[in-house]
Design a protein around this ligand. Structure first.
Ligand code: KG4
Ligand code: ZN
Length: 350
């Protein structure tokens, strides 16, 4: 039963967790959201400094709450890619030092594999080939998963990530940062059919449109134009209706293309992970569409949708079980495809 201490510092949440054989023993998260909200978005340098301050306390609490000490660990894991360079460095250096102290292997984890593992663990863990819809602040991807660790990217966003679109539109509507949760609340009192925003299509050179790829920049511009129309007219913004109409179309497009991709690729399951998968309207639409298409839907538990270290620990347990660990000179990479996650084990690629 391997016991792993896991660290996550790729963006604006500092987190530490202890996971034993796929069960989360403790999970500590210190969010920096309130501080970054003052600037309207994540300030990378500030994020790194806050990780340095928070991590020692989080590690101590995670170990204490799990009732384990360094000597009980079988490995130490940390997110090493993708993310903010300085922020990743804090978790990676801390993780490698602790691994050396404990005289145990270090396991570098791909952040998106962590998100995936938030939905692949527990008694109800999905089995067999599946399509993964990964929707976070930095990524929107459709990935075929035929066996753990073997990822084939089938489609994704050509511009903004879905979470980024939520954040930018929320900002246009004068809502708080981070935009996703604030926009979801604003949309609750709104009419989703009042404004018709474009779903965003990718034209193919030979004609027609890409069946699965996403584009959210046109959608964002359409909201901007509508906001400007109201401002020029000197009318108060119908924030709730704008939020509900935007949320309706972005969820619809995510659901329709994911379901079509899973059906076309004969993948019987759809797994949805990442910060945006916390959105209740997205979960509602997914549930209906997957039932209609006879797809098995697996949603990340709400508590594990946004960044945390438990998901990094769950991924590390799987890598450890596969006999894989990372070189101690493994660095960090702000960008690294999930399909190349296997290169994090053995000789360091960066
Ligand atoms: O996965 P995550 O915590 O961090 C990244 O790896 O990016 O995702 C953060 C993103 C942000 O863009 C945030 O606005 C969005 O997820 N998000 C949501 C909701 N909760 C978080 N978007 C829509 N609805 C939500 N309830
Ligand atoms: Zn994330």
């Amino acid at each position: 039963m391997p016991t792993v201490l896991a660290l996550e510092t790729s963006c604006d949440e500092s987190a530490a967790a202890v996971v034993r054989d796929g069960a989360v023993l403790s999970s500590e998260v210190a969010s920096q959201v309130e501080e970054h909200a003052l600037w309207g978005g994540v300030v990378p340098e500030l994020a790194s400094r806050r990780h340095v301050e928070a991590l020692p306390h989080l590690v101590e609490r995670a170990l204490t709450n799990a009732g384990v000490s360094l000597s009980d660990l079988d490995a130490v894991a940390a997110t090493v890619a993708p993310g903010l360079l300085g922020a990743l460095m804090v978790g990676s250096v801390t993780g490698r030092c602790l691994a050396q102290l404990a005289q145990k292997p270090f396991i570098g984890i791909h952040h998106l594999e962590g998100h995936l593992c938030s939905a692949l663990s527990g008694d109800q863990a999905p089995q067999g080939p599946m399509l993964v819809l990964l929707v976070s602040g930095g990524h929107t991807e459709l990935i075929a998963l035929r066996a753990f660790g073997q990822y084939e990217r089938l489609a994704g966003s050509r511009d903004d990530a879905a979470g980024e679109a939520f954040d930018k539109v929320a900002r246009l509507l004068g809502l708080a940062y981070p935009g996703g949760p604030a926009l979801e609340i604003a949309a609750k009192g709104g009419d989703p059919l009042r404004f018709r925003f474009p779903p965003g299509r990718i034209s193919l050179p030979d004609g027609g449109v890409h069946p699965y790829d996403f584009s959210f920049s046109g959608l964002k511009t359409a909201v901007l134009r509508e906001v400007q129309r109201w401002q020029i007219a000197g009318e108060p913004l119908p924030v709730n209706d704008l939020a509900a109409s935007f949320q309706q179309v972005i969820c619809k497009v995510l659901v329709e293309r994911s379901v079509r991709c899973a059906v076309d690729q004969a993948l019987p399951g759809l797994v949805v992970v990442g910060g945006v998968s916390a959105n209740a309207e997205l979960r509602r639409q997914l549930t209906g569409a997957c039932t209609a298409a006879s797809l098995n839907l697996h949603l990340a538990p709400l508590a594990w949708c946004t960044d945390n270290a438990a998901m990094i620990g769950l991924a590390a347990c799987k890598r450890l079980q596969m006999g894989q660990s990372s070189a101690l000179n493994l660095g960090v990479a702000p960008r690294w495809p999930l399909a190349n996650a296997i290169e994090l084990y053995g000789t360091a690629p960066f």
